[in-house]
Ligand binder design. Sequence first.
Ligand code: GDP
Length: 195
Amino acid sequence: MFAAPVEFLKGVVAMSGMPPADRIEVCFAGRSNVGKSSLINALTGRKNLARASNTPGRTQEINFFTTQDGPYLVDLPGYGFAQAPVPVVKKWQELLRAYLAGRPTLRRVFVLIDSRHGVKAVDEEILSLLDRSAVTFQVVLTKADKINAKDHEALFQQVSNALAKHPAAHPEIILTSSDKGVGIETLRAIIAGLD
Ligand code: GDP
């Protein structure tokens, strides 16, 4: 899965800049610091692959990574950046909306949620956007190693409750730790099973 080379292809700032929709793609969304780069790196087995998405200037682009004979992996950098000027936020939201609603080959959006925090108000922003698009989304809990196993059930309950309001949500919640390699194979298998 994701046999080398996995490469950064391009950062897209407008729908006109999208690469050809010639293969399926999955995308990863999450607020900054949720562990998205670490997860993409763990999935692909490439250290620092996703660092490009976190550099200034790339944070308002939709970043495409190619995999050998596999789907595009698409990184949606940190949503909900409250500090950005209003026109910048508006432009980003418009691009996001257009992408999520209008990309025929987009098969699933993985919404990353920090295991320590659960679904927060800032996450609801992307969830409601996803409700209005035609794509299934699935929650991936990150940094599972930072919470106790005894707290897993309460976390799953909180996330399930939050997802109940969202018809586009996939019911399976995936618990991961990029640091410990937890859930990475599961996530790979889910991606490999999409067509
Ligand atoms: P991004 O901003 O969403 O791309 O987040 P990063 O992948 O850069 O991670 C943010 C911080 O969380 C970094 O300090 C990572 O080392 C840490 N982090 C990411 N994943 C994990 C994990 O699975 N376990 C732990 N303990 N820390 C993690």
